[in-house]
Ligand binder design. Structure first.
Ligand code: AMP
Ligand code: MG
Length: 396
């Protein structure tokens, strides 16, 4: 049985970022930049007012001064190229270009207006309430690096530079293939002995969350059908994730069918709990194949530990996250936890107000406990932690 870290290393070594593609900026959320981005315009592009008020000369705008209000108004929009004369104030609004000759903006709340005159209630100093050209970003400044992950704020930054499209690594197509004669799709009635297929929607959602494109199919425990369904999956997907049928049961045909289809099993069975019967294989055309245990908690954990980092790597994410170890936070154990087994154990837990408690039964079919969990706690074989101990958990 392979050690967990060796399994992770071998999987990641087989994965490299997908082809570069240009996509509309607003669709790049959570994707990874395949280009460096340098500012091409100053931001703000011109000096402008940060307040609704009056453009003035600070020296003429002390408490008690009276100024004549020019009849022209400068709102946000096209620059009217107004010029401020001595003793004058020009009505101005937030985001509007500064008139020539003005060196401050007085807030409208700080003046008393009567007809065409304002009386200053609270004076201003030079530069007050002006946002200077280039005060945020200067043309030529490096803004983002290759490998940076796009966020709403970064999308705003690039939009503010007038960039409509960016280069990212394309999203991998991940085909989920569930297997099992006992499985029924939600919505259909259950006959005795049957259960609902929960792995398919769970894994589709998990794929979407890490940035892949998910598709799903199902095969009954029949070698011919499995051959057909897996063959179609291999023909279209970048990654095939099979759930169930990969253990040692009489109807676990996945391994032999993968072999028929030309997939080389790189390894099968990893020292991890839950999730021992995990399989990793490669098809000659480059498709990566993962066989997850059918039990939903085992499928969830092995997806999180081994498959999610690969999807991030195909997206171009070479950061720590790609090894599955980011998104960790330090918490205090609300109860003692011990791994009495001989494999690393991923316990499911719930952190509330910085304190971690295990969530429900830790059995690998128990979806309710999993649904209550917000983190995984990994313990090495034999590791024992006391209540009150500080531990790092993996957020899920
Ligand atoms: P297997 O790995 O195929 O032996 O399945 C192990 C356990 O997981 C069995 O109890 C299956 O019924 C259950 N199981 C397999 N696939 C699914 C699925 N897609 N949804 C829910 N449970 C499943
Ligand atoms: Mg099965």
């Amino acid at each position: 049985m392979l050690e967990e870290q060796e399994a992770k290393r071998r999987i990641l070594d087989a994965a490299s970022p997908g082809a570069v593609t240009w996509i509309p900026l607003e669709l790049t959320l959570d994707q990874v930049l395949a280009q460096e981005i340098t500012g091409s315009v100053d931001s703000p592009p011109f000096d402008n007012s940060s307040m609704d008020g009056y453009a003035v000369r600070a020296a003429e705008c002390k408490t008690g001064d009276v100024l004549q209000v020019n009849e022209a108004v400068q709102a946000a929009g096209l620059d009217c190229h107004l010029t401020l004369q001595a003793g004058e104030a020009i009505r101005i609004f937030t985001g509007a270009p500064m008139p020539l000759g003005a060196d401050a903006v007085i807030m409208q709340e700080d003046v008393r207006r009567e007809g065409n005159q304002i009386t200053v209630a609270e004076g201003v100093v030079e530069g007050e309430n002006i946002r200077r050209r280039g005060g945020d970003v200067c043309a030529g400044q490096k803004l983002l690096e290759r490998g940076d992950v796009m966020s709403p704020a970064r999308i705003a930054l690039l939009a503010s530079q007038g960039i409509p499209e960016v280069a990212v690594h394309g999203k991998p197509l991940v085909q989920i293939v569930t297997t099992g004669d006992e499985l029924v799709e939600p919505g259909a009635p259950l006959l005795p002995g049957e259960i609902y297929n929960s792995n398919s929607p769970m894994l589709q959602a998990a794929v979407t969350r890490v940035g892949g494109i998910a598709a799903a199919s199902h095969a009954f425990d029949d070698p011919e059908e499995l051959h057909e369904v897996l063959g179609a999956a291999l023909a279209t997907a970048d990654i095939v994730v099979i759930a169930g049928g990969v253990s040692v049961g009489e109807k676990d045909y996945v391994k032999e069918v993968l072999e028929e289809l030309g997939v080389t099993t790189e390894f099968w069975r990893v020292k991890v709990k839950p999730g021992k019967p995990f399989l990793f294989g490669r098809h000659p055309d480059g498709t990566l194949v993962f066989g997850l245990p059918g039990n939903p908690v085992s499928a969830f954990v092995t997806f999180h530990v081994f498959v999610a980092p690969v999807i991030r790597r195909l997206l171009g994410d070479m950061s720590e996250g790609a090894s599955g170890d980011t998104g960790t936070v330090s918490v205090v154990l609300g109860e003692a936890v011990e791994n009495t087994g001989d494999r690393p154990h991923y316990f499911r837990g719930r952190v509330e107000n910085g304190t971690l408690r295990l969530s429900g039964t830790q059995q690998s079919h128990a979806i309710f406990g999993l649904s209550r969990a917000n983190c995984l706690l990994r313990l090495n074989p034999g590791e024992k932690l006391d209540e009150g101990a500080s531990v790092a958990v993996i957020l899920i």
